[in-house]
Design a protein around this ligand. Structure first.
Ligand SMILES: Cc1cc2nc3c(=O)[nH]c(=O)nc-3n(C[C@H](O)[C@H](O)[C@H](O)COP(=O)(O)O)c2cc1C
Length: 199
């Protein structure tokens, strides 16, 4: 059942407003709008300020769309077909720090790319669009199709679009087309020692 999102503590409403619909309108998105989203991502924090995130974008009705779309799982293709853009989120696993000559591993590359994605998703919301993360895709197919080198991790894909009519979705998805909830804060935060229930 759909319940309005509420916070246990006072936070900016943006955090509650961001959510991930699957029904999109399929309308075109221009590059300037997309670049705004990437600009927000650019300002995320990262270990050593290495900025390991990279984004590959594909707007619908452009030649770049099909290789990304084709790599999505059938389930995700079912709804992402009406997104306006698909964004592949990569992270560089190694870097050469200033003053060094040999590349070394970036232990935080995925964490950092996650922070950049969160910035992006919040800017998308602020701009009146929606972003929906996608982990269900064929890694190898996407790596091959987009020529992604092995020292970059393919973290996720994101669908971006304007929210559309949920009637277009399969029935099972229509029933889930509303903002979901979160665990209570007490299950997520503990002062000091680990006191969470383990599953
Ligand atoms: C990295 C990542 C991968 C995800 N993969 C999928 C996916 O493959 N298919 C899907 O329908 N939703 C996917 N989601 C969406 C999540 O289910 C959704 O973000 C979560 O339920 C929280 O809902 P909200 O984003 O509306 O707050 C993914 C989200 C993230 C961040």
């Amino acid at each position: 059942m759909s319940q309005p999102r509420t916070s246990e503590h006072d936070i900016h409403p943006l955090f509650l407003q961001r959510w991930s619909p699957r029904a999109f309108t399929g309308e075109a998105i221009d590059e300037a709008t997309l670049l705004r989203f990437f600009e927000a991502a650019r300002w995320a924090p990262s270990g050593y300020n290495a900025q390991p995130w990279r984004f590959l974008y594909a707007r619908r009705d452009t030649p770049e769309w099909q290789p990304v779309f084709a790599a999505l799982s059938e389930y995700n293709q079912g709804w992402a077909t009406r997104a306006s853009a698909l964004v592949v989120i990569l992270s560089r696993k190694v870097w050469t720090p200033p003053g060094k000559t040999e590349p070394q591993a970036i232990t935080t590359h995925s964490f950092d790319a996650g922070a950049a994605w969160a910035n992006l998703a919040l800017q998308v919301t602020l701009s009146g669009w929606h972003a929906h993360g996608i982990g269900g895709f064929d890694q190898d197919a996407l790596r091959d199709a987009l020529n992604v080198p092995q020292d970059y991790a393919i973290e996720a894909v994101a669908a971006i679009g304007k929210q559309g009519d949920k009637a277009q979705l399969p029935e099972a998805l229509q029933a889930r087309e509303y903002p979901n909830q979160r665990h209570p804060l007490r299950q997520l935060v503990s002062q000091g020692r680990f006191t969470f229930e383990t599953e």
